[in-house]
Structure formats: structure tokens, C-alpha cells
Design a protein around this ligand. Structure first.
Ligand code: NAP
Length: 488
């Protein structure tokens, strides 16, 4: 069980690409959990759709296998599984032809007041054509929504084109652009921490914050996705979307209300306040080398002369009153020491020490928001070392790690997709990106990538299992700072 659930009304959900990896690993298990926890009603209908010629029963078997593989045995009971599978149907459609669409439409007569969502879990080149076919098949009524996930364009021009295609068939309030980082419990908790407590807001500015670090480190390489990834790179794959979204949540002004456009307006202002990046030395690109039998990035990418980065670190500046002079350091990479995603807000040092040198040094306060693994929030403090021995200072951590609380109360941490899919059904866009946000992020990222291309920059090499290239350490050293350890 998870903590508390508010049931949603019956709905129709079509998952295009239902036989694919995202559907099997995330969407089908997420929907099962929502039924299991009493949020999804038995009257909901989930229609899997893909080109494969499958009967409804064959697709149900596929869904049952996905549950066996991706749901913890403790959460998988036969009765709920049976109820879940009876909500499922299948339709054979092809994004590139009219085949199957009229059957899908006939199987889904519109029902007044019943939301219908179309989840496009397919390659991005199909987003436009599918939106068009959904519309042509008469499936896009006032109660319909369309859901897409990154990559949302490859650059500003293609993002604009995609937004325009979607806008031709759906209103903006019907378009749900998922960034699954925003569905994470900790990320939502960051908003609660900032805006439901009076404690932090007075300190949340350039007077008290020294800098911010955002890290998304992966221990795996590009694995089987090498040739695909090689056309993308870390900047487009991680920085343009997830990392800039996280930066927005840290840097945004308090919205007037916790409502979709109020929140998204504030995030957009942050993206538009990002100073243009005209210092090439403030961006470091890396590619992992080969070691101990593991392939190099270039081998994985099957591109011996590739210039695509598997790592990027950069310094960003939010040019407004609140953040003037506060660097935001972002880094992300593959095949690093361990898998960890966190935001660290590093406060300035106390202005004056009243303690003798023998007491030891205090550490800067750090608010660390851990997204994975072990979601949670910690606050690093300096305290008196307990016990006799005079005034000695020691570091201590206030720990708000939810994983511990969850495991002690047998609560399960819901996956981001569970929250986000239910938000789609409820019609709540707060945790989804608006089209103008996506474009503003590309507007900032595009010139950086164009600069690399113009200068013919090559990524530097870094050791697999390390914390990234030396140059990235220097990026902070030059400013008299250091990265936090990449550690779990
Ligand atoms: P995938 O495993 O390649 O699955 C693609 C799905 O699309 C399959 O079900 C395939 O089924 C269907 N499909 C292919 N061509 C089609 C056509 N012409 N008409 C209708 N259906 C067609 O891809 P994925 O990894 O699940 O990713 C899906 C989307 O999610 C992509 O946009 C990806 O970038 C995004 N995404 C994925 C992940 C992830 O963890 N996998 C994470 C973030 C974002 P048939 O061959 O039977 O048609």
C-alpha cells in the first residue's frame, strides 16, 4: 500500500507502443499499482495499440508477463492481477498508414464526461503523425488528452515544429509533456519544503546561498542504445530537459497558487532568465574511455571518430535579482562511479567564528535533495561534538530520507509514472512541461551546441568508474569550490 489515495473517475487510456520497453517496464506496472491501491477503478479501460498482429488475449498475456517481471512479488496478487487484465484490450494500428484506426475509433465510442488519454509511447517521429491520425479518426474530443515524453525535438526548430503539429489537433491544456523527474516524490517534496515552510524562503537567495550543484550520474554506459545516443548526447538527452527542469524548481519564485499555469509561468521565467552561455571554458564535455574489458564510448556508439559527449558539466547563471552571482553547476554523465541524482544547495559560511581554532572548522550547510537512489532530503549542519572534551565542532546531518520511513511502515515508494498517469486522468498539468518551456530550454541549449560545432570541439576522455573528466573538477576549482562526491 501507499499512503493515501484519491480514486479517479473511470477513464479510457490508449497506450500506443504498448508492446515496447517503456510500456512493459513502466506504464503497465504503474497502472497495475494504481488499481491495486484503489485509485484506478475497475471500470477503467486500457487499450494497448501497436502494429503487431496480436489478439486481446495475447496482449493480456504480454501484460501479465510484464507484471511478473517488473512488480515486486509482495504487490502481485492473483485477484488484482485478474481484475487488472480484465480492464485491458488491444488494437492493431500503424502510425504510418490508416490501417486499424477506424477499428480503434469504433471500439471507443466517446462517452460524455469520461476522460480519454492517448499515451504516445512510440518513437518521436510518430508524435506528429499519430496526433493527426487520432484527430482524423474522430478520437480527439473535448475530454481527450495526449501524452508524450522526451525527446521533445532535437533543437529549437524541431521543438517548434512538434508544438505546432500538436497545436493543430489539440489545445495546449490537452497536451501532457512528461518529464518523469517531476513525478518523483522528492522533487514534489522540494516544492513542499520551499513553499510550505517559512524556514527556507528568507534564505533562498544570493545573500545566503553560495552555489547550487545538480548531478545526474549513471554507472551504465550507452549499452545497446549506442548508435541512437550518438545522434543525441548528454546535453540534449539530460540537460535540456531533466536538469533544466530541476534547476527551475530550485530557482523559481513562489507561484501564487499550486496550479498548472501558475507553476509553469514561474519555471518559464527562470528559463528565460538563464544568461546566454558565452564562456566555452565553463562547459566541459567528456567521453568515457575503455577499461578492464568494458568498451569505450566510441566502441559502444559504433562510431570511431564520434564527437558526441557522454558527459557534460557546466556553469549556468540565472540572471535576476534573487540569483545574481550564484552559480548553478550542472553535471551528468554515463559510466561514472555510481548511479546517483541529487540537487545540493550549498549555503554560505557563517560570517564570523566565535570558536577558537582548536574547536575545528564548521562545514557549510548543505541542503541535499536526493532523487535516486534512496529518495530523501538531508540538511548538513555543524553541531557540538557530543560529550566531554570542551567545545569541539562536528558535522551532523538532519536526515529526511523517505526510503527509511517507507520501509519501516511497509509503505511502497510509488514510481513517478504512477503519479503522472493519474494526473493525466485527473487533468492536472502542474507536473508537466508546457510547450513554451520546452522551447525556452532549447533556446538556451542550442547556441552551446552550435558553439561546439563551430569550434570543432572534441570531448575529453574520462575513466569509466571515475567521477568524470579532470576538466570538470577544474571548472569548480577555478571558482574556489569543489563538487560533492559522487557516492551513494
Ligand atoms: P520501443 O521499445 O522501441 O517501442 C516502440 C513501440 O512502438 C513498440 O510497441 C512498437 O510496436 C511501436 N511501433 C513502432 N512502429 C510503429 C508504428 N508505425 N505504428 C504504431 N506503433 C509502432 O520504444 P520505448 O523504449 O518503449 O520508447 C517509447 C518512447 O518513450 C520513445 O519516444 C522513447 O524516446 C520514450 N522514452 C522511453 C524510455 C524508456 O525507458 N524506454 C524512457 C524515456 C522516454 P510494434 O513494432 O508492434 O508496432
Amino acid at each position: 500500500m501507499v499512503a493515501r489515495v484519491v480514486p479517479v473517475d473511470p477513464f479510457d487510456l490508449v497506450v500506443f507502443g504498448a508492446t515496447g520497453d517503456l510500456a512493459r517496464r513502466k506504464l503497465i506496472p504503474a497502472l497495475y499499482h494504481r488499481l491495486h491501491d484503489g485509485q484506478m477503478p475497475d471500470a477503467a479501460r486500457i487499450v494497448g495499440a501497436a502494429r503487431s498482429d496480436l489478439s486481446a488475449d495475447a496482449f493480456r498475456n504480454m501484460a501479465a508477463e510484464a507484471l511478473e517481471e517488473f512488480v515486486r512479488p509482495a504487490d502481485l496478487d492473483a485477484q488484482t492481477q485478474k481484475r487488472f487484465l480484465s480492464c485491458i484490450d488491444y488494437a492493431q494500428v500503424d502510425a504510418t498508414s490508416s490501417e486499424g484506426w477506424s477499428d480503434l475509433a469504433a471500439a471507443m465510442p466517446p462517452r460524455e464526461g469520461r476522460p480519454r488519454a492517448f499515451y504516445l509511447s512510440v518513437a518521436p517521429r510518430f508524435f506528429g503523425p499519430m496526433a493527426e491520425r487520432i484527430h482524423e479518426a474522430g478520437l480527439s474530443g473535448a475530454d481527450s488528452r495526449i501524452v508524450i515524453e522526451k525527446p521533445l525535438g532535437h533543437d529549437l526548430a524541431s521543438a517548434r515544429e512538434l508544438n505546432a503539429t500538436l497545436a493543430a489537433h489539440f489545445h495546449e491544456h490537452q497536451v501532457y509533456r512528461i518529464d518523469h523527474y517531476l513525478g518523483k516524490e522528492t522533487v514534489q517534496n522540494l516544492m513542499a519544503l520551499r513553499f510550505a515552510n517559512a524556514l527556507f524562503e528568507p534564505l533562498w537567495n544570493a545573500r545566503h546561498i553560495d552555489h547550487v550543484q545538480i548531478t545526474v550520474a549513471e554507472s551504465v554506459g550507452v549499452e545497446g542504445r549506442g548508435p541512437y545516443y550518438d545522434g543525441v548526447g548528454a546535453m540534449r538527452d539530460m540537460v535540456q530537459n531533466h536538469m533544466l527542469q530541476l534547476l527551475c524548481l530550485i530557482a523559481m519564485e513562489p507561484p501564487g497558487r499550486f496550479e498548472p499555469d501558475a507553476v509553469r509561468d514561474e519555471k518559464l521565467k527562470v528559463l528565460r532568465a538563464l544568461a546566454p552561455h558565452d564562456h566555452p571554458e565553463d562547459v566541459v564535455r567528456g567521453q568515457y574511455a575503455a577499461a578492464n574489458g568494458t568498451a569505450s564510448y566510441r566502441e559502444d556508439a559504433e562510431s570511431p571518430d564520434s564527437r558526441t559527449e557522454s558527459y557534460v558539466a557546466l556553469k549556468a547563471e540565472v540572471a535576476n535579482w534573487r540569483w545574481s552571482g550564484v552559480p548553478f553547476y550542472l553535471r551528468t554523465g554515463k559510466r561514472l562511479r555510481t548511479r546517483v541524482s541529487e540537487i545540493a544547495v550549498v549555503f554560505k559560511e557563517a560570517p564570523h567564528s566565535i570558536f577558537p581554532a582548536a574547536s575545528g572548522r564548521w562545514a557549510q550547510n548543505v541542503l541535499a535533495i536526493r532523487l535516486q537512489p534512496d529518495e530523501g532530503i538531508t540538511l548538513g549542519m555543524t553541531i557540538k561534538d557530543p560529550g566531554p572534551g570542551g567545545m569541539r565542532l562536528a558535522p551532523a546531518v538532519l536526515d529526511m530520507t523517505f526510503a527509511d520511513a517507507m520501509s519501516s511502515s511497509k509503505l511502497r515508494m510509488p514510481d513517478a509514472y504512477e503519479r503522472l498517469v493519474m494526473d493525466v486522468i485527473r487533468g492536472d498539468q502542474t507536473l508537466f512541461m508546457r510547450g513554451d518551456e520546452v522551447e525556452a530550454a532549447w533556446e538556451w541549449v542550442d547556441p552551446i551546441i552550435a558553439g561546439w560545432e563551430e569550434r570543432g570541439d572534441r570531448p575529453v576522455s574520462y575513466d569509466p568508474g571515475s567521477s568524470g573528466p579532470e576538466d570538470a573538477l577544474m571548472l569548480l576549482h577555478r571558482d574556489g569550490r569543489r563538487w560533492r562526491e559522487i557516492a551513494t
